[in-house]
Design a protein around this ligand. Structure first.
Ligand code: GDP
Length: 139
């Protein structure tokens, strides 16, 4: 069943480029409500656990190094049709293929350093949200 919730991270590249405010603004302007929000930093172990599904990929080491190199913003967002609409808002994984006006087109610099994460299914949104937030941190 659709939960109308998704999970996102503003990744270290976008935090370093001082784009937290602009990116969160695009999310709320698009109609997403903030359910939970956290500014934190992943250890290499935590980044590896979050991206466990990609462990066998050739870029896994690079991904873990990137995602643990600086702070990130983690959030649970709510909106009707959240997963699909949010994937549309962020654009394709590779910013070269992302549509104009999407967050990745505007703020990502490469397929690896692509500014934001967005869950790809209701099931993963729940797993990823639970990775960062307790029930007491959701409103
Ligand atoms: P997403 O769902 O659009 O984030 O894409 P994936 O689930 O396929 O990949 C997860 C994350 O791994 C991406 O957002 C990128 O940060 C990273 N990634 C994917 N493909 C590559 C790649 O070819 N090279 C590198 N360095 N990172 C990649």
């Amino acid at each position: 069943m659709a939960t109308n919730r998704t999970f996102t991270m503003i990744k270290p590249d976008a935090v370093e480029a001082n784009n937290i405010g602009s990116i969160l603004g695009m999310m709320t302007e698009a109609g997403f409500r903030v359910v939970a929000l956290k500014y934190t930093k992943l250890s290499e172990e935590q980044a590896g656990k979050f991206y466990d599904i990609h462990r066998a990929r050739p870029f896994f080491g690079e991904l873990v190094e990137f995602m643990s190199r600086g702070p990130i913003v983690a959030a649970i967002l709510e909106k009707e049709n959240a997963i699909e609409d949010f994937r549309k808002l962020i654009g394709a994984t590779n910013p070269e293929q992302a549509e104009a006006g999407t967050i990745r087109k505007l703020y990502a610099t490469s397929i690896g350093e692509n500014a934001v994460h967005g869950s790809d299914s209701d099931e993963n949104a729940k797993i990823e949200g639970d990775f960062f937030f307790s029930e007491l941190e959701r409103f």
